[in-house]
Write a protein that binds this ligand. Structure first.
Ligand SMILES: Cc1cc2nc3c(=O)[nH]c(=O)nc-3n(C[C@H](O)[C@H](O)[C@H](O)COP(=O)(O)OP(=O)(O)OC[C@H]3O[C@@H](n4cnc5c(N)ncnc54)[C@H](O)[C@@H]3O)c2cc1C
Length: 159
């Protein structure tokens, strides 16, 4: 079983930052980071995929950032945390042991409790490369767009 002094779950904004901070503060400690995505998007750039950035692939956090800081990357979905035995279990069955565990598992957009969410051309802003590529393909051929949500993400999408 693979094992780390510090195990981070989450590979977006918080996870790598926690991992890099751990390595800088405790250079002798090993850090493993587990995330479920193949590739991680820069969340702040997502609205601009549909404008100046152009594609999800041009808006990725490079894995080299982890490598450069001596952080081992494991891709997979954590399904169990066993605090007694200080290990996590991935969907694949792989186990990773830890001394300290950091959860940087973030947030998901709310599925509004209204009918129609399942209809064609209704999208939720997800941090998911394949999903956004499909959304981009649709957006490139539709004429009228309605955005629900007037916070900064909604306004950036409108822009
Ligand atoms: C469209 C958009 C635009 C934004 N723009 C800005 C901005 O301009 N400025 C700003 O400050 N903030 C912005 N934000 C907010 C910012 O994206 C979030 O604050 C940030 O992403 C939070 O990072 P996080 O690492 O905590 O969580 P998340 O980004 O949600 O990442 C969670 C990570 O945990 C992983 N994970 C979760 N569960 C598991 C599991 N069981 N096993 C393995 N891995 C798991 C996920 O795969 C992911 O890697 C924006 C967000 C969005 C969606």
């Amino acid at each position: 079983m693979k094992s780390a002094d510090v195990l981070v779950i989450g590979g977006s904004a918080a996870g790598p930052t926690a991992g890099i901070s751990s390595r800088r503060r405790y250079p002798d400690k090993s850090v493993v980071l587990i995330r479920k995505e193949e590739q991680v998007l820069v969340p702040c750039g997502i609205p601009y995929i549909f404008g100046t950035v152009g594609t999800p692939e041009k808006n990725l956090i490079p894995d080299a950032l982890l490598e450069k800081n001596g952080i081992e990357l494991v891709k997979g979905n954590v399904v169990t945390i066993d605090r007694g035995q200080k290990r996590v279990v991935l969907e694949s069955g792989e186990e990773v042991g830890y001394d300290k565990l950091i959860l940087a598992t973030g947030s998901l957009p709310i599925d509004l409790p209204i009918p129609g969410l399942d209809k064609e051309n209704v999208f939720i802003v997800k941090k998911d490369v394949a999903y956004l590529n499909n959304m981009l393909e649709v957006m490139n051929r539709v004429k009228d767009v309605v955005i629900i949500g007037g916070g900064f993400i909604g306004v950036e999408f409108a822009d």
